[in-house]
Design a protein around this ligand. Sequence first.
Ligand code: ATP
Ligand code: MG
Length: 278
Amino acid sequence: MNEEQQGKKRGEMIVVLSAKGGVGKTTLTVNLGLALFKKNIRVCLLDGDFQFGDVALALDLHPTFSMKEIAEEIDRVDEHSILSYLCHHDSGVKVLPAPPRPEFADLVSEQILQKVIDHLLIHFDYVMVDTGLGLDEKSLQLIEKADQLLIVTNLEMTTLKNTKLLLETIDILGLRDKVKIVINRATMESVIQATDIPEILGVEDPFYIPNDFQVASQSLNIGIPFVINHGRTEIAKAIFQMADGLTSRREIAIFNKKPPSLLSRMLGSRRHKGAKTE
Ligand SMILES: Nc1ncnc2c1ncn2[C@@H]1O[C@H](COP(=O)(O)OP(=O)(O)OP(=O)(O)O)[C@@H](O)[C@H]1O
Ligand SMILES: [Mg+2]
């Protein structure tokens, strides 16, 4: 029985962020989103880079609606109508693209973003959010609202220095428990080894994604995530493993929740039997 049937009706929000640009956030968001969907999990990708978002491009989508239309028509957006604004990817994953031009980013207020997130979490098991650069108000809002934060880094000293600063900030906000580090391009030749990074950053059990520029860059350029057409490569396998890791943590979290009382279980099963099909 899933959470919706149990009446909880709330998915999880995973926010993908980094302390430096170009480290692989969008690559990770779209591939991980599709890998989760392949596990029969309802996934929506939200492009949280409201100025220069490229999630739609990474999936070769040509959206009619984006966050811009939602912001303009927010009074008409409710938990049902929000679905009609989403873009459908052939894989089955739904996408809420960023506004088409950077000047529209300001239309997305904190209140609008809050409403959108709340509505999406009713329908999807996972809302995966790609983010832009910097810690502005909206990204801080996303960080605070997230259930899990995936911080992407690579083996470069400048990225690591900034990742450490980002971790410290998240620590100050009291949100460190949500963080999981993703070391992208982990097999790249570098003076810093991927295995040194947990100690450098003071983190445990990061996810490692190998370096495969040919597959990764071709995938972004043609708009077909590599988990679809290069599923047997090491880079895709690492993403599938990550999807397994994330969902097993969620299963544990759900399992650890207080079991429903006998009475609510009985009421639940009676309601279930008598339920109308929608
Ligand atoms: N594991 C990988 N191996 C090799 N190349 C990779 C890997 N992951 C991403 N790349 C490449 O790194 C570049 C940046 O990736 P991507 O656009 O996903 O980063 P980003 O963090 O979203 O960037 P931005 O900050 O501009 O949004 C792309 O050319 C992509 O193909
Ligand atoms: Mg990006």
